[in-house]
Design a protein around this ligand. Structure first.
Ligand code: NAI
Ligand code: 13P
Length: 329
């Protein structure tokens, strides 16, 4: 049994906390809000984030960062755009940090592992990512994800320590590839949601998802991910899940945009963090700067920024020249 710290009492932080507890560990969840921590300790639930899920007695919550100082591993499960400011409150951490947010820091273009390196230079980082909705994981439905670290031994040890029969963790030594797939799929899921909101049909969904995968692969490879990682759980696997399910907040956000809602209304309908919004802008910017062909991500960024609308972007994508399906070289 280990002591596991969780940064963030959102849907995913609490789902992972319940996994760690079921795997036999003692779990301490940090919530920024003391009332949230008190509610979890008193009721063993947080209905707002994980309706219908009850936590066990080995899971406690706190709002005091130093309460996590004895953790043997810490899972960072706050949204990508606030990771830096949250880590600043945990400058004493020495244990390995498992990064669970799926996004790229918008201001810097840095991946989560790079943000960790700047904030806590001596702490080993791992990436946990893959097709897994918090509600499914918390209910104990079967899921499979990837845990990546430059040191495969570390990834293997923690994959073994945190796995359950219904939460299978595959170790990997390609953290960059795992991170890039998880971040970019959120942008592409918004596009698939928009297409569904516009009732473009199942054939369009399949075509868009496949072309989205081509985009994710180009971007992932250009930024140093391994091709096989991009075809795995954290790349293709998560893209397939989030491009097809209303359980995804990114997809739901796109669905509402496609149905004619404003970005503010669409965000309210998505109910929770929509990582693809901030990540779309930075993915489109990095793709422009590095000359990576990312038409779908550029379209999503243009719609989100208000510079365009779904109709114009769909027309633009359909009018692209018909080129060979696969880029050579
Ligand atoms: N919900 C899901 O099914 C999954 C989510 N993820 C990823 O996990 C990350 C977190 O998502 P969720 O937990 O689902 O989001 P959520 O919307 O349910 O919760 C976000 C949490 O972050 C906290 N937070 C926001 N700003 C903060 C700040 N400045 N300081 C401290 N805490 C702050 C909020 O209070 C809230 O507890 C995202 O990157 C998401 O892509 C990954 C896999 C599955
Ligand atoms: O990453 C997820 C599933 O793997 C969750 O997707 P959303 O953030 O779009 O809800």
């Amino acid at each position: 049994m280990s002591r596991i710290g969780i940064l963030g009492a959102g849907a995913w932080g609490l789902a992972l906390a319940s996994v760690a507890e079921r795997a036999g560990h003692e779990v301490i969840v940090w919530a920024r809000n003391p009332e949230t921590a008190a509610l979890i300790n008193e009721t063993h639930r947080l209905e707002k984030r994980l309706p219908g899920i009850e936590f066990g007695a080995r899971l406690r919550a706190t709002s005091i960062p130093s309460d996590l100082s004895r953790a043997e591993a810490v899972l960072a499960v706050v949204p990508a755009q606030v990771l830096r400011s949250v880590l600043a409150q945990f400058s004493d951490l020495k244990a390995p940090v498992v990064l669970c947010a799926k996004g790229i820091e918008a201001e810097t273009g840095l991946l989560m592992n790079e943000v960790l390196g700047q904030c806590l230079a001596d702490v080993p980082g791992m990436i946990l990512s893959g097709p897994s909705f918090a509600a499914d994981v918390a209910r104990g439905l079967p899921t499979a994800v990837t845990l990546a670290a430059p040191d495969l031994r570390l990834a293997k040890d923690w994959a073994a320590a945190l796995s359950l029969p219904t939460f299978r963790i595959y170790p990997s030594d390609d953290p960059r590839g795992v991170e890039l797939g998880g971040a970019v799929k959120n942008v592409l899921a918004i596009a698939c949601g928009i297409a569904a909101g516009k009732s473009l049909g199942d054939s369009a969904r399949a075509a868009l998802t496949t072309r989205a995968f081509a985009e994710l692969t180009r971007f992932g490879k250009a930024l140093g991910g391994r091709p096989e990682t991009l075809t795995g759980l954290s790349g293709l696997g998560d893209l397939l899940l989030t491009c097809s399910s209303r359980q995804s907040r990114n997809y739901s956000f796109g669905l509402a945009l496609g149905a004619g809602k404003s970005t503010v209304e669409a965000l309210a309908e998505a109910k929770g963090t929509v990582e693809g919004i901030a990540t779309a802008r930075i993915v489109a910017k990095l793709a422009r700067e590095q000359n990576i062909d990312m038409p779908i991500s550029a379209a999503v960024a243009a719609v989100i920024d208000g510079g365009s609308d779904p109709e114009t972007e769909i027309a633009r994508l359909l009018a692209r020249p018909v080129n060979p399906e696969f880029h050579r070289g």
